[in-house]
Ligand binder design. Structure first.
Ligand code: NAD
Length: 272
């Protein structure tokens, strides 16, 4: 079901499917999207300080009537706040905006050169002090993870990266699996850019599912946590309705074969 969870290396449960809210406006837009998702059974929301909508996310959760502890909330420290003390301060701001007393998952948003290790130390501190149930990174390549893990005390529990049928991240995924780091897909739907692909359309026809649903199902069967974004109630519900069919191994391979190592977002080695 939509409330099925991945189990992180510290035992914390993270729902496989969540709502992404990048570019969703603070206020009614994000409040309505999060409420619709919670009503549809979502128990996982992905925001970031950078998205400037943490207040609305927090308000929606509060007003939804779903107990806080039943919802998995992720937020992220933005690049301009990286560093030890500045991250602790940024976390406090996020917590206040969300109106919460803990976060489920706090991520280093991008591997800012020369800074991400200090930033991560602050995450370790927050974890040890009980303010976050899990910590992790985002947009880390293998070399960033190796560099971080050579020194860190607590291995990251999650790496959230761009991941979709045009960017299947095979090596990174294998590396993460080997180290029990849960891979999480951002822009899983390639922001809508794949829906006329003939392979996806063919599979979609067979199951009576949309291409978006086929892609999200492919994420789940690959054991990748996924956080599609939508503000349209119909699509928010559609994106959650992916637990009643199963792609064959052959179909999984056909979708894998759409890979072109093509990014739509920034390159983690060259983003600043
Ligand atoms: P996405 O791949 O989730 O695509 C979202 C877009 O796809 C929507 O705006 C809509 O146009 C379309 N769409 C969604 N559901 C649909 C459906 N059922 N049918 C037809 N069209 C549909 O793109 P995203 O928002 O970039 O990524 C998802 C989330 O990942 C973000 O909201 C954010 O939470 C996270 N993210 C993280 C990073 C990072 O650096 N860590 C970067 C980008 C996004």
């Amino acid at each position: 079901s939509i409330q099925d969870c991945a189990i992180l290396h510290n035992g914390v449960k993270m729902p496989w499917l969540g709502l992404g809210v990048y570019k969703v406006k603070n206020g009614d837009e994000v409040i309505n999207a999060v409420k619709t998702a919670l009503e549809a059974g979502y128990r996982h929301v992905d925001t970031a300080a950078f998205y400037d909508n943490e207040e609305g996310v927090g308000q929606a959760i509060k007003e939804s009537g779903v107990p806080r502890e039943q919802i998995f909330v992720t937020t992220k420290v933005w690049n301009s706040d990286q560093g030890y003390e500045t991250t602790l301060k940024a976390f406090e701001t996020s917590l206040k905006k969300l109106g919460m007393d803990y976060i489920d998952l706090y991520l280093v948003h991008w591997p800012v050169r020369g800074k991400y290790k200090e930033t991560y130390k602050a995450l370790e501190k927050l974890y040890k002090d009980g303010f976050v149930r899990a910590i992790g990174v985002s947009n880390f390549q293998i070399h960033h993870l190796e560099d971080l893990m050579a020194e860190c005390e607590i291995k990251p529990m999650v790496n959230q990266v761009e991941y979709h049928p045009r960017l299947t991240q095979k090596e990174l995924h294998a590396f993460c699996k080997q180290h029990h780091i849960q891979l999480e897909a951002w822009s899983p739907l390639m922001r809508g850019g794949l829906f006329d692909d003939p392979t996806l359309l063919e599979i979609s026809k067979k199951y009576g599912k949309s291409p978006a649903q086929v892609i999200l199902r492919w994420d789940l069967q690959n054991e990748v946590v996924t956080i599609p974004k939508s503000i349209t109630p119909q699509r928010i519900k559609e994106n959650a309705d992916v637990f009643d069919f199963e792609l064959t191994p052959e179909e999984m391979e056909k979708i894998d074969a759409l890979n072109m190592n093509k990014r739509i977002g920034s390159d983690p080695d060259n983003f600043d």
